[in-house]
Design a protein around this ligand. Structure first.
Ligand code: GDP
Length: 193
């Protein structure tokens, strides 16, 4: 994919703030610190479009990035960050649920998990809920450079077994720019490009 333009089009806490023109949307979701901002920046070839935070749990709204005037990436707040209050976490969860359930434009969800570790209880619960939405889901196993290449298949199998998922699982390293082409191919397939 050649990125001709990529801009933050809207940040939203409430549905009325979701952008209007109907375009296909790809949502990105994962635990705080999973590497979501870094991946979005790499995919879009921008240094700091999505903020890479040294303070996890900072994204508190939905960020809509308009790409090539043709589709959007939607950056959903990271979950599983213990240092925010339960009230705040419930608010994030409700905001994410509302978007995932109500957005007709949503054409795929990328669920990010860290390739190094077994998916957490939160990851499993979120994944079950995603599978029930009836929207295509792909798993992205981040930070693949942190394990040896030969270990990748074993880690993918653990992720598949623990998530109990039929979804495709893509190892990526945003750091080393590996696996990005494969994700673009999935997106291009959905766009019919
Ligand atoms: P977010 O909270 O999910 O948006 O995570 P960030 O993108 O802010 O990344 C969290 C931390 O993981 C940062 O210190 C990143 O530099 C690091 N990180 C992200 N992606 C990779 C990767 O592919 N490889 C390695 N080694 N580190 C990464």
């Amino acid at each position: 994919m050649i990125i001709r333009s990529a801009d933050l089009e809207a940040t939203a806490v409430h549905p009325h703030q979701w952008p209007k023109p109907r375009l296909p949307e790809f949502a990105f979701l994962g635990r705080s610190n999973v590497g979501k901002s870094t991946l979005l920046n790499r995919l879009l070839n921008r240094k700091q479009l999505a903020r890479v935070s040294s303070q996890p749990g900072k994204t508190r709204q939905l960020n809509f990035y308009l790409v090539n005037q043709a589709f959007r990436f939607v950056d959903l707040p990271g979950y599983g960050y213990a240092a925010v209050s339960k009230q705040e976490r419930d608010r994030f969860a409700a905001m994410i649920d509302r978007y995932l359930n109500d957005r007709d434009e949503l054409c795929r969800i990328f669920h990010l998990v860290d390739i190094r570790h077994e998916p957490t209880k939160d990851d499993v619960a979120v994944h079950r809920a995603l599978l029930e939405l009836g929207v295509p889901v792909s798993v992205v196993a981040t930070k693949a450079d942190k394990i040896g290449r030969s270990h990748v298949p074993k880690h993918i199998k653990v992720i598949r077994d623990i998530l109990r998922t039929p979804a495709d699982i893509w190892p990526v390293s945003a750091e080393k720019r590996e696996g990005l082409e494969e994700l673009w191919r999935v997106i291009e397939g959905d766009l019919g490009a």
